[in-house]
Design a protein around this ligand. Structure first.
Ligand SMILES: [Zn+2]
Length: 335
């Protein structure tokens, strides 16, 4: 009997080991562990063996059954796992991970910063919630100026304003350091504007400021011509139109040749051949005196432009709201 058990043990182990599928493993389990299987058969023959051999044979048979149950379960798990494993088709093209992209406003802001940086300008920043002093008074804005009106500016209940320009940064920088000052200040600004295709109550500006001994309008023109030609191409012409801003004197609006018709006249430029890009001028002596600079010794220029406007021209975007919607189908184009 003991010999018989040992023989069946070897045979069963081999069969489980050689099983190549779940079906074959199940067949082996039935053959040895099933109700009519080999183990059950041996148990049935137990009464026929000599009584003195029974305890040993019974023990060996029980041990074999326990062993085979483990082997059968292991085989079942092995094949079950194989069946669930994902089917990999190595001929399919790979899946690219979804990468984020820079927002067009970030791309343009960085381009602008790079150009000014190459000309020796440092980047400065300031708070978006400003005092009336920094936003208007220090910039020489008279009390009657329409930009102070509640219909144009967003006032906060505690007497602060959401800055209407990045210009307050000029004041903060000049208060903190002596000339020469050569900075640009990119950032968000707020106006009480009804949103439409070209207006938004929040948009981005970049401001430039250069103050030193002997700075003239020629420096302003030279810097802006170099800037716009680097940004929009060598063929770009720049035109200065007299204007009024409280914090500069003289002041000028800056136009560039229309990017769409190269100055011939089209729908975008309203047949003018020029498009307005921003404001500029020589810093008003009152502003310099206000921050404690000697306006007899120092002169300077300031300029500003809207970043959305640049992005819309560069990328041919016709609705400013596309820049804020967060529509991935739109944003994916800038990857
Ligand atoms: Zn045009």
């Amino acid at each position: 009997m003991i010999e018989k058990i040992a023989q069946i043990r070897l045979q069963a182990f081999r069969e489980f080991e050689e099983a190549k599928s779940l079906q074959e493993a199940e067949a082996a389990r039935n053959k040895y562990l099933g109700r009519k299987g080999a183990i059950a058969d041996l148990f049935r023959h137990m009464p026929g063996i000599p009584p003195e051999e029974r305890p040993e044979a019974g023990e060996a048979l029980n041990r074999l059954r326990a062993e085979l149950e483990v082997v059968a379960e292991t085989a079942r798990e092995k094949f079950a796992q194989k069946k669930e494993a994902p089917q990999i088709d190595t001929t399919l093209p790979g899946r690219m991970p979804h990468l984020g992209a820079l927002h067009p406003l970030t791309i343009v802001t960085r381009q602008i910063i790079d150009i000014f940086r190459q000309m020796g300008f440092a980047v400065a920043s300031g708070p978006e919630i400003e005092t009336v002093y920094y936003n208007f008074d220090a910039l020489n804005t008279p009390p009657w100026h329409p930009s102070r009106d509640e219909s144009a500016t967003l006032y906060l209940p505690n007497g602060f304003v959401l800055r209407t320009e990045t210009s307050p940064v000029q004041i903060r920088v000049m208060e903190a350091m002596q000339p020469p000052v050569r900075i640009i200040a990119p950032g968000r600004v707020y106006r009480r504007d009804r949103p439409d295709a070209t207006h938004s109550p929040m948009f981005h500006q970049v401001e430039g400021l250069y103050v030193d001994e002997g700075v003239t309008m020629a420096d302003l023109k030279g810097t802006l011509v170099a800037f716009y030609r680097t940004l929009f191409g060598e063929q770009t012409a720049v035109r200065f139109r007299p204007h009024f801003f409280p914090f500069t004197e003289p002041s000028a609006e800056v136009d560039i040749t229309c990017l769409f018709c190269a100055g011939k006249g089209c729908r975008i430029c309203k047949e003018a051949g020029w498009i307005e890009m921003g404001g500029s001028g020589m810093v008003d002596p009152n502003v310099l005196d206000g921050v404690g600079y000697d306006s007899e010794k120092y002169t300077g220029w300031a300029c500003g432009l809207g970043i959305e406007r640049v992005a819309m021209f560069l990328y041919g975007i016709d609705n400013i709201r596309s820049l804020y919607d967060g529509d991935v189908r739109f944003l994916r184009q800038f990857i």
